[in-house]
Each structure stands twice: as C-alpha cells, then as structure tokens.
Design a protein around this ligand. Structure first.
Ligand code: ATP
Ligand code: MG
Ligand code: MG
Ligand code: MG
Length: 355
C-alpha cells in the first residue's frame, strides 16, 4: 500500500511539520508501505519528491531548529528535486494519506475536505473535528455545551473590533482580570498569542492576533500547571495518562516550544488518581464533542488547588520523536512505529465505515 506523507504546508507551523514528517519517515514500516513524500511549500505548491527518503541528507535534520538557515537550504533542495503536482494527483486506489500538517490549511479541515472529495482514506480527524478543533471560539462553545470547565473568555470579530473597540475593551475588563491571553481563533504553536498585563498591552495584543485571523479570543489568564492527554481511536476512544509540560517560563510561546527548548516533559504527570481519571474523562468528552477520529492531544490547565480547565484540543499535535503525543503512547507501551501503524489502520477502518 502507498502512503502519501503530506507535510510542510501553507502555515506558520510549516517548520514543525517538516520535523514531524522526518520522524515518521524514519519509523514507518517499509515492509508494508511504499512512502511517497509530498511537500507543500510555504506558497502552497505541492511537490512530490524522494528527497525525504534519503536519510544521509537529513542525518542532522532533527538538530536543526525552525528558522535555521540550514533548514531553508533543505527546503530549497526539496523544491529543486521534486516535481510540482496538482493536489488531485494524490488520488490513487491503493493508498492512504498521512497528512502531518499543523495549523491553518492543514489541521483545520480544509485539506481534509480535499481528501473527502478525492474519496481517499486519511489519517486523523475529519473535516468537522479538524475545523471545530482548530477554531478556539467554536471549540469553547462546544466544550461549554458538554459541560467541560474552561476559563472565562470573550470572543471578538475584526468587524466588531473596528467598529466597537471601546465597548469591547470594556467587556473584557468587565468580565476578565489581568493578565489576559489574546489568541487568534485559528492558529497553533502559540503563533499570534500574547499575554496582556494591562489595557495598553491588551490593545497591542489584539492587533497582533488580528494579523493571523479575522476572529480573536481574549481569555482569562491563569496560574496553572499544563498537562496534556493523548487520545487515540475512532468511536472506541483511548485516553493516555497525562503528561506535564514543565515550563521554566510562564508562557509557553513559540520560541520556548521550538527554539529555546526550555521545556521538560514529565510523563506521567504527578497528579492524584482521581484527577487523572477526571482528565481522561474530560479529554474523551472533548474529543467526542468535536467528533474526533484517529488522534488528538487535549491540553488542560491544573491549578494548585486541583481545579481543571480544558485549554484546547489539537487534532494534529506535534508528532516528532520528542513530542508529547507519541511519548505518552510510548509510556503506555506503544512504540512510535506501532503508533504510526495504528493511526493508518484507524484511517482505513474509518474509511471503510467499520468504526
Ligand atoms: P499549540 O501549539 O498547543 O497548538 P496554541 O497556539 O493552540 O498551542 P494555546 O495552547 O492556547 O496555543 O496557548 C499557548 C500557551 O499559552 C499555553 O501552552 C500556555 O502556556 C499559555 N496560555 C494560553 N492560554 C492561557 C491562559 N488562559 N492562562 C495562562 N496561560 C495560558
Ligand atoms: Mg493548539
Ligand atoms: Mg496546535
Ligand atoms: Mg496548546
């Protein structure tokens, strides 16, 4: 069977996707699959090439950090050795698509819609779950409906911001206290997110967030530990133990996530058993509320007096060998290669309507 591994993408999370693709390429079972890498450039061109399959060229790839000049060279290399294809050319009868794209255009249901139209099996969440999970406003509304605890928030559209700025600021200050977190509705890897400690910072933060999306959400900032649960399955949902992101900074932003690497993962997170069970139940509830399939990573805040708040669900979480999602499953005894295999099998089952 062929596996189209689709990576890169027209998104601020392009570089992370390349790292994930490289991890998968090293670990997938080649005795079962013929891997065809398809690289999407930052401009949205689809390029099919074999370069990702030549490990020599990429031996120190994982040591590179996003934005690294060497990586730029690498991408150029990918572009020059591949051929530009039309997205529809991935259509094939004996194939499954493994999209490892993060953020807009990859994790938000758009590319999943293309795979639906092509009538092909693909790994991960479908159109609805991807779109709803990527959108922080829509997912908060869905979580609210199924009774999941979350921090107070105020959504705003660009139109409202342009026309009723003062009213909106008053609404934020009336229902939330500083610090607040301002986020574009559709994004990931902390891109476009800022912490605002006062009104001036709030104004600036909102302007930044609107550079990424036409809808923005302002959230109550809280002092809390950050723990994440990995979800695997279709209708039969499995929740992992929680893993904790141990931060040396108070805001886990893009630089800290991928460049400074100032984060340790603690697996399993040290939490009382009843809290673990609650987190697992909440994670499964959130996944079902979105109509998830395949995989997701559910992110929570846990305060010092053990209150839980759901932060978000990432339907295509970071998936390098050093990422929380695969490490959580490794802790449960499912190694990276088997996890990749399980995700492909879940995609095939979902496609054939079995689960
Ligand atoms: P991901 O890479 O997980 O997709 P994201 O871009 O979707 O990230 P969030 O997870 O919502 O963004 O926020 C990024 C980080 O900002 C969090 O991991 C946390 O460190 C901090 N943060 C976000 N919201 C809050 C909040 N309400 N209170 C305190 N810290 C917050
Ligand atoms: Mg996210
Ligand atoms: Mg994300
Ligand atoms: Mg997050």
């Amino acid at each position: 069977m062929k596996v189209f591994l689709i990576y890169g993408g027209k998104s601020a999370e392009h570089d992370i996707s390349i790292l994930t693709a490289h991890s998968i390429v090293k670990e997938i079972y080649y005795n079962y699959y013929d891997v065809i890498p398809v690289y999407i450039t930052r401009n949205g061109e689809w390029i099919q090439g074999e370069t990702l399959l030549e490990p020599v060229k990429y031996s120190d790839f994982l040591r590179l950090t996003p934005g690294d000049t060497k990586q730029m060279a690498l991408e150029k290399d990918q572009q020059s050795t591949g051929i530009i294809i039309s997205p529809a050319e991935v259509k094939s009868d004996d194939a499954v698509i493994f999209p490892v794209l993060h953020g807009p255009n990859g994790e938000d249901g758009t590319v999943q819609g293309l795979f639906e139209v092509l009538d092909m099996p693909y790994v991960g969440c479908g159109v609805l779950a991807s779109a709803a999970g990527m959108d922080k406003i829509v997912s908060k509304q869905l979580f609210q409906q199924v009774g999941l605890p979350q921090v107070p928030y105020v959504p705003v559209t660009r139109f409202d911001w342009q026309n009723q700025q003062e009213e909106f600021l008053q609404r934020c200050e009336g229902s939330l206290i500083y610090p607040m977190f301002v986020k574009p509705a559709n994004m990931g890897s902390s891109v476009g997110i800022s912490k605002a400690n006062d009104k001036d910072e709030l104004l600036a933060a909102i302007e930044v967030a609107f550079e990424y999306d036409s809808r923005v959400v302002v959230e109550q900032g809280i002092e809390a530990r950050e723990v994440e649960i990995a979800i695997l399955g279709n209708s039969d949902v499995h929740a992992s133990v929680p893993g904790e992101i141990v931060k040396k900074v108070d805001f886990y932003d893009y630089e800290e996530k991928y460049i400074n690497n100032s984060v340790d993962l603690n697996i399993p997170a040290e939490l009382p058993d009843e809290l673990v069970e609650k987190l697992q139940e909440y994670a499964a509830t959130a996944f079902r509320a979105l109509d998830g399939s395949g995989l997701s990573r559910c992110d929570f805040f846990v305060t010092s007096n053990n209150e839980i708040y759901i932060n978000e669900v990432n339907t295509m979480p970071g998936f390098t060998q050093f990422s929380m999602y695969p490490l959580l499953w490794e802790h449960a005894g499912l190694k990276y290669s088997d996890l990749v295999e399980e995700l492909i099998q879940l995609a095939l089952k979902r496609y054939s309507g079995k689960t």
